[in-house]
Design a protein around this ligand. Structure first.
Ligand code: ADP
Ligand code: MG
Length: 250
């Protein structure tokens, strides 16, 4: 069995419009792949369909996590199976504090009857927040409520660091971050890179990939992967734009 996140002939419709039109991609365990592509090409649609967002209807195809079809799992099961999505536009959860949210998510991953060690949990959370340059006051605030764009993105990375997923998709985590915050977030992601974990990093700009250096870069256009290359492809796209690839694929 392949240890990978494998997307096979994925077709996804939103409100009756087909956005992903037969997408194929495999991220082997331990690798970091990037998806780049013009706005509107379907990058967030891919991320949200895999996460199980109800607006995104999978009409054909499959997504396998270590050979098991993720699309047959509930949203909750997907998360417990080791999948994590950092949203392009993180949701606010009024009335649920950040600390309680993370604690509940961690508790849900423990075997029945086992209680979370609160002291160790807080110690770990504070250490990770310090690493991300997040003030401790964010533990008591409702999840993402009233957070700035950059604060939300850091909070997504904090969630990822606390949940330690095996497969993570980061959807335009760079947008809304200034260069210093981008470096901090990239450092957080890089600290989690390991042979047991894969990342699919979605970005419109090459800049993020200076700091999170991918093994493979894919270009998504019009609902399909139209080009795949090494990390140097990102630089080529930065320099030449997308036209030279998309003109033959339209
Ligand atoms: P990207 O992330 O690559 O910029 P998206 O996946 O967000 O692209 O969008 C792809 C296409 O799907 C766009 O034309 C967008 O308008 C459409 N789309 C995505 N989500 C929705 C939605 N919830 N309702 C209607 N249209 C949507
Ligand atoms: Mg998007």
């Amino acid at each position: 069995m392949n240890q990978s996140l494998k997307i096979e002939n994925l077709h996804v419709s939103v409100e009756g419009h087909e956005i992903l039109r037969g997408m194929n991609l495999e991220v082997p365990k331990g690798q970091v792949h990037a998806i780049m592509g013009p706005n509107g090409s379907g990058k967030s649609t891919l991320a949200k369909a895999i996460a199980g967002h109800h607006d995104y209807e999978v009409t054909e195809g499959a997504v396998y996590l270590d050979g098991v079809n993720l699309l047959e799992m509930s949203v909750d099961e997907r998360s417990r199976a080791g999948f994590f999505l950092a949203f392009q536009y993180p949701r606010e959860i009024p009335g649920v504090s950040n600390a309680n949210f993370l604690r509940a998510a961690r508790q849900a991953r423990l075997p029945k009857g086992q209680e979370i060690d609160a002291v160790a949990f807080y110690r770990e959370m504070y250490a990770k927040m310090d690493g991300l340059g997040m003030d401790r006051k964010f533990t008591g605030r409702s999840v993402n409520e009233g957070f700035s764009g950059g604060e939300k993105k850091r909070n997504e990375i904090l969630q990822m660091m606390m949940l330690e997923p095996q497969y993570a998709i980061l959807d335009e985590t760079d947008s809304g971050l200034d260069i210093d915050a981008l470096k901090i977030v990239a450092h957080g992601v890089n600290s989690m890179r390991s042979a047991d974990r894969s990342f699919l990093v979605i970005t419109h700009y090459q800049r993020l990939l200076d700091y999170i250096v991918p093994d493979v870069v894919h270009v998504l256009f019009n609902g399909r992967i139209i080009h795949t290359g090494g990390k140097e492809l990102a630089l080529e796209l930065e320099e030449k734009g997308y036209d030279w690839i998309t003109k033959d694929a339209a």
